[in-house]
Structures are given as C-alpha cells and as structure tokens.
Design a protein around this ligand. Sequence first.
Ligand code: MN
Length: 388
Amino acid sequence: MEFQSKRIAILGSTGSVGKQSVEVAQNIGATVDLLTAGSNVDLLEEQARLLNPKTCVLSDEKSARELKNRLSDTNVRVLGGDKAMLEAIASSNAEVAVNAVSGFAGLYPAIACAQSGKRIAMSNKEAIVIAYKFLKAEIEKHNAEMIPVDSEHSAIFQCLQGSADNKIKKIILTSSGGPFRGKSRGELSSITAKEALSHPTWKMGPKITVDSASLMNKGFEVIEAVRLFGVAPEQIEVVVHPQSIMHSAIEYIDNSIIAQMGAPDMRTCIQYAITYPERKEPLASSLDLAKLSKLTFEEPDMNTFTLLPLAYHTIKEDGILPAVLNAADEIAVDAFLKGRIGFTDIFEVVSNVVYGFENIKDPSLDDIDLADKEARIKAGECINSFLN
Ligand code: MN
C-alpha cells in the first residue's frame, strides 16, 4: 500500500517530541493542517511560518491573541483556549494526529482525535496510563486507531507485526537505567536537578528526563504496555540495557525473542507511527553493529529505585491508582526541579500518596479526574510537611 496519509496535525508542537515531529513532517513531505501548543508564541509563530498550517491553537488565550497579531500577514487561522483546541482537532481534516501534549492534559485532545476517526500517533503516555479504557472505547466506536510513539512501545508494536495469532510469553521492556544506575539510595539523596536532567542516551523534556532517572518513567511504561498490548503485569520484564540500542522485545511461547534495534532517536518512532505500515527514509543515522563494542543487559535495582515496583503495584490494583501515581509524581518532580525537595524525596512523596489512597475498582472518568486533583493536593501537603 502506497503511503497516502500526508495530512497531519501536531498537538503539543513546541515541546520536545512536537519539535521532532515538525522535522519528521518536513522529512516525509507531509502537509500540516493543525498545530497546537500551550503558550509558546515565538516558537509556534516560527513553526506556522515554516509549515503554513490551516489552523494554530494556543490553549493560553492571551498568548493566542498575541500570535494572531503576529500572524496577521498570513492565512493561518489562530484560535485560543482549550475548547477551541478540541473543536479544531475535531474539524481538522488531518488523517494522522501526533499527540505530543505532555501530562494528563493530553487525554481530551486524544479523545477528540478518536471521535473524529483519526489515527493517533500517541506520544502522551499519561492518557494511556490513566484513562485508556475510555480512550479505547472512543477509538473503537469511531474506527480510529492508535499507534504508539514511545520508543519501547513502538518497538513492541513492530515486533508484533506478522505475528498476529501467536501467543506472547512475555514482553521484555528495556530501560537505559538512567544516569544514576548503580548508585545507592544514600548517593541518590544528594542528586541535583541539573544532574538528573542529563540523560545518557535520549533527548527529552525535563519532566520525563527526571522520570527516567528515577525509573518512574519505566514504571509508567510497564502500565502503558499492559494497557496497549493486553498482557498481565507479570508478563512484563524490565531489563536494563544502558546502550539503548535494543528498544524492547517480545518473547513468544516457543521462547523465540524478536527484538527491535536502532539508533536511539525519537524521530524514527514518530515517523513510523505516521507512515505505518510503510517505512520511509529516516532522519536518524544507521547503526553500525560492528562498531558497537557491546550490548549489555542486567536486572533493574528495584530495592533502590522503588518507584518501579510501586508502578507494578498500582497496575495490579488498577482502578484510580495509576492516576494517583501519575499526579503525585507530577507534583513531586515539579518540586524537585524547583529545588524544594531532594531526589529521593520524590520516591517518598509518591509512595506516601499512593498508599494513602483508598482505591476505586471500576472508576468513571469523573472518579479519575477527582482522584487526580486530590492526589495533587495530597502530594503538595506531603511536600510541605517535608519542608517543616
Ligand atoms: Mn520510552
């Protein structure tokens, strides 16, 4: 099948994955119909002039007014506010929407994409972790589809191609181990935000970089894999692979392991989610296997990096707990980045908040929304109690 899906939308275009999606759009010659962002007027103006989309939306209305002035010499329609954003997504004629919005805020754009029958190239893991059930129902109802962008899940998705009816024994989810692999809990306590922000192999935004250093990100990815691929939490094995060359693998029931490898570059994952099932010329460089001295694999240190086993706990319990985990982590990481708490305090805050919640087993979207808000308040209180 020839690649025809050439009209795309980029949601969250000014973030790390958003910017890389702009490069991919240019690489494959896609027409960009819609760009959305939060409040970054300068960058959205630059992207609008580069890509000439039909519509640009900023969720911050004041910033949107500023952007409208700046783009008054163009034909680009500029809108402001979250409601306008959802309407613009619904009415966009893009066939594929890259959802690179960060945080829980990515859920409603994802639902709007599903309701308008689009393919969602899904980079936002929070919506999957928190509310996949609701998203999946909308995707099925409206004949939409979702292709993962997260590198590990893109790898797993690729390893599944051509194996439709074969049974999966387990998913091998690789982790770089982060910059603090091998450190003790005591050594971790003095880590600064600057140290946590230097990831050894992947180029990402600040929140996910800290989550990668704490292995919280890997925990979210365990939950994401359970949701997307319909396996039990026990079927997911996290393996530390510091070189980030093997992006994940599947072991089938005959013990054959199919892995996906490549240079660590998000642009490859973004592009595959857009062009699937076709493959196109990449932006990332090719791997020279002979030049790689070695690939290594080891068990993660779950005794030190306690957010990873905590994530397994929350997905086994499910209900509102994954949402609570996500919200508490967002608040704790923000406090860490502002220098208010130490690195290992993130572990304490998140675990205190999760264990302090009474679960609701089969929650409504309102239950989840409420749990998200309450968890943020509880995390804030917990942080304040650390400071006193
Ligand atoms: Mn990932």
